[in-house]
Design a protein around this ligand. Structure first.
Ligand code: ATP
Length: 336
């Protein structure tokens, strides 16, 4: 089973540029979480802080009792072996076959024999649907295949925590839908704790158990998916609807005058009702996700602390068990 990651009061700056401050959250063991946020809000910096590659000035990241910020480097190095990392471009070596790319962490970090390495690599290649492509070079395959190869490589050391940074970037909508299913199937098979950074609203709507968002140097929210999906925070509403109206600007946050003018003017798009679609299920033939039962107990136990809309959405989800119907919420600001 995956391992819980506890983040407490994390603050990160580069020189005078503060990226985010006082970030606290828990990635529940074995559950899938998604982190959203406009470009440049520090999502990648956050992932790198979790594995101890960047050192925030304040706060802790606790994994099995090791603080990835300030424990001795030896402990951090050992704990890093629990992670599987999938970066935006797949980060493959161009001159190596897919097989050798995927075998790389095993040859680098273990003393396994070649026959054992072959067995593990071919198993992961099958898992991500790349059987037959193992002898190809990264330049000879599509972007979607490179992503899947990156994911296979992230999985060879049997990670208990998987971090994916924009796994969908550059993929068409159909490939993105396959990727969403692959992430859920992966979670069903290995029960790892997963954190996915994405801008893709379909992944955000269908994959995670938990969701969070960074904006204006803080973590706006993090918790069960229903909390963010029913949130009335203007930045959340704007982001989920993919609209220009709201606090997020093109290059940076809008200034107060522009926001006031926008609020005074006619709405460019009337608010549409928001919809919570059911979370994806593992593909037929796979075991159910072990996290589902744990999450249900955890979330029902915290129901009293959640906003009314999230509470209602969670009750609705669990009233219908796994086959939750699509839930339509009133449009934000409609008063109903
Ligand atoms: N090593 C570094 N040194 C200095 N500044 C950095 C460093 N790494 C990141 N930054 C800055 O931190 C900020 C956040 O970057 P980050 O890549 O984490 O954003 P992001 O939310 O992942 O963006 P996107 O969604 O566009 O990928 C940016 O302003 C970036 O320039």
């Amino acid at each position: 089973m995956g391992i819980e990651v506890v983040v407490e009061g994390l603050t990160m700056s580069f020189g005078k540029q503060n990226i985010w401050q006082d970030v606290s959250l828990t990635l529940p063991a074995g559950e899938v979480s998604v982190m959203l946020g406009p470009s440049g809000t520090g999502k990648t910096v956050f992932l790198k802080s979790l594995i101890g590659l960047l050192k925030p000035q304040q706060g802790r990241v606790l994994i099995n009792g090791v603080d990835m910020v300030s424990s001795p480097e030896r402990d951090i190095y050992e704990t890093r072996k629990l992670f599987g990392l999938m970066f935006q471009d797949g980060a493959l070596f161009g001159s190596m076959s897919l097989f050798d790319n995927i075998a790389f962490p095993l040859r680098e970090h273990t003393r396994k024999r070649e026959s054992e390495i072959r067995r593990i690599v071919m198993e992961r290649i099958e898992l991500v649907g790349l059987l037959g492509a193992e002898d190809k070079l990264p330049g000879e395959i599509s972007g979607g295949m490179r992503k899947r190869a990156g994911l296979a490589r992230a999985l060879v050391l049997d990670p208990q925590i998987v971090l994916c940074d924009e796994p969908d970037s550059g993929l068409d909508p159909v490939r993105t839908a396959y990727l969403s299913q692959l992430l859920i199937d992966l979670n069903a098979r290995i029960d790892a704790t997963m954190l996915i950074v994405t801008h893709n609203l379909d992944i955000a709507a269908t994959v995670p158990d938990n969701m969070g968002m960074f904006f204006r140097r803080r973590l706006v929210t993090f918790g069960p998916r229903e909390v963010l999906l029913t949130s009335d925070e203007p930045v959340v509403i704007q982001f989920l609807a993919g609209r220009r109206e709201g606090p997020i600007g093109m290059s940076e946050e809008k200034d107060a005058a522009l926001l006031a003018a926008e609020a005074a003017g006619p709405a460019a798009h009337p608010s549409a009702p928001r919809v919570i679609v059911p979370q994806l299920e593992p593909s037929p033939g796979l075991p159910p996700r072990a996290a589902v039962t744990r999450r249900r107990e955890r979330v029902l136990g915290m129901l009293d602390q959640l906003p009314p809309a999230a509470r209602a959405a969670i009750r609705d989800t669990y009233a219908h068990h796994a086959a939750a119907p699509t839930l339509t919420l009133p449009a934000p600001g409609s008063g109903s």
